[in-house]
Design a protein around this ligand. Sequence first.
Ligand code: F6P
Length: 192
Amino acid sequence: PRTIWLSRHGESMYNLEGKIGGDAGLSPRGLKYAEKLPELVRQSAGYRDLTVWISTLKRTAETSQHLPYKKLQWKALDELDAGVCDGMTYEEIENKFPEDFKARDDNKYEYRYRGGESYRDVVIRLEPIIMELERQENILIVTHQAVLRCIYAYFMNVPQEESPWMSIPLHTLIKLEPKAYGTTVTRIKANI
Ligand code: F6P
């Protein structure tokens, strides 16, 4: 049966500092998750052969580095582009662009960062990924919070407008098994 596994990259230095976007490497804890991930996947997938899809950002390559499967990089899996806010903390954004901060709070799905993207934009750029996923057997996707929220909402049959509020925690492997009547979800937390 067709199975899709989802994981965020391990904790990055930017995650630690509360900064969004960027292309930071993993924190020591994030690197521990990368070491643990092959074992988590083995627990869940057994000896099935998987293909791993990652983004073009360093933190997903580092997270997948120990996985003994074929890897494919997709630009379309890169994190939501925060435009001029890239590299800032939410507090800095609120101080520097208070109106934008409020606008995002009012409509997180439609809000497009200046020079960047909205969740709606991400949903649209993910269309080819979703099409390809529908044709594939066993895929493990290691990518970013906003992107995973959109993919998760799609397979869970949740309206796309609700994707900004899906819970996709760090250091958790999510297994999705699409069935005729709905998708079965299993979450495996790494104890690190
Ligand atoms: O903080 C990690 C991160 O992946 C950022 O790079 C991204 O902007 C953010 O999460 C998306 O989450 P939210 O839409 O809730 O701000």
